[in-house]
Design a protein around this ligand. Structure first.
Ligand SMILES: CC(C)(COP(=O)(O)OP(=O)(O)OC[C@H]1O[C@@H](n2cnc3c(N)ncnc32)[C@H](O)[C@@H]1OP(=O)(O)O)[C@@H](O)C(=O)NCCC(=O)NCCS
Length: 167
């Protein structure tokens, strides 16, 4: 397992996050979102964590964890309490398929369930993103439904507390 850690993202990551946004595999997975990095990296709302995954001190990817019931835009609609939702990407194509994403997700899952009230974690890959479906299923996520979020045709997956493989 690679030596991965998660640390808070900050304004110093602005150029890197913008650069990652332009990579084809990142664009393909999230074509309709503007992450407004300059604004968002400057604030720290209680319902969100924005994290950078590092391998031996080198940034390789991004993870966002939100409380979908508290998130301001109500992206998830009327979400139940005590859930978390995660977004993840690896920045450079050359860092894909090296186990970094799995290691980052395991850390993020542990971080979510460290809060005793959290019952489950949600993920919403595009329906077309079959590599991501395989990735999440291997991590223990189960298919919930196909759902339209704005212009995005997505699959909702859910991981229940107590159903994390290997724990
Ligand atoms: C989804 C994503 C985060 C996965 O990250 P990743 O670091 O590539 O994931 P992993 O390396 O842990 O696993 C991916 C594959 O590499 C394989 N792999 C893992 N470690 C490996 C290694 N050391 N050597 C070779 N292959 C390896 C895994 O078995 C897996 O194989 P599979 O595609 O046949 O299922 C990444 O593909 C990504 O950023 N995609 C674009 C953004 C995206 O789709 N995000 C999700 C939207 S909801």
């Amino acid at each position: 397992m690679p030596n991965v850690l998660l640390r808070p993202a900050h304004l110093g990551d602005l150029d890197l996050l913008r650069h990652w946004d332009e990579q084809q595999h990142v664009l393909a997975s999230d074509p309709n979102d503007d992450w407004a990095w300059e604004t968002e990296l400057s604030r720290n709302p209680p319902w969100r964590e924005q994290l950078i995954g590092e391998v031996d001190g080198r940034p390789v990817g991004f993870i966002q964890i939100i409380d979908p019931a508290e998130e301001e835009r109500h992206y998830w609609g009327d979400a139940s309490q005590n859930l978390r939702a995660i977004d993840i990407w690896i920045g450079e194509a050359s860092d894909l398929n090296r186990g970094y994403g799995t290691a980052m997700m395991r850390l993020a899952i542990a971080r979510c369930f460290a809060a005793p009230e959290v019952t489950a974690i949600l993920i919403d890959p595009l329906a077309s993103n079959t590599a991501a479906h395989r990735f999440y299923e291997r991590l223990g996520f189960r298919y919930v439904e196909r759902r339209q979020f704005g212009e995005d045709d997505c699959i909702v997956y859910r991981l229940e507390r107590g159903e994390v493989p290997g724990v």
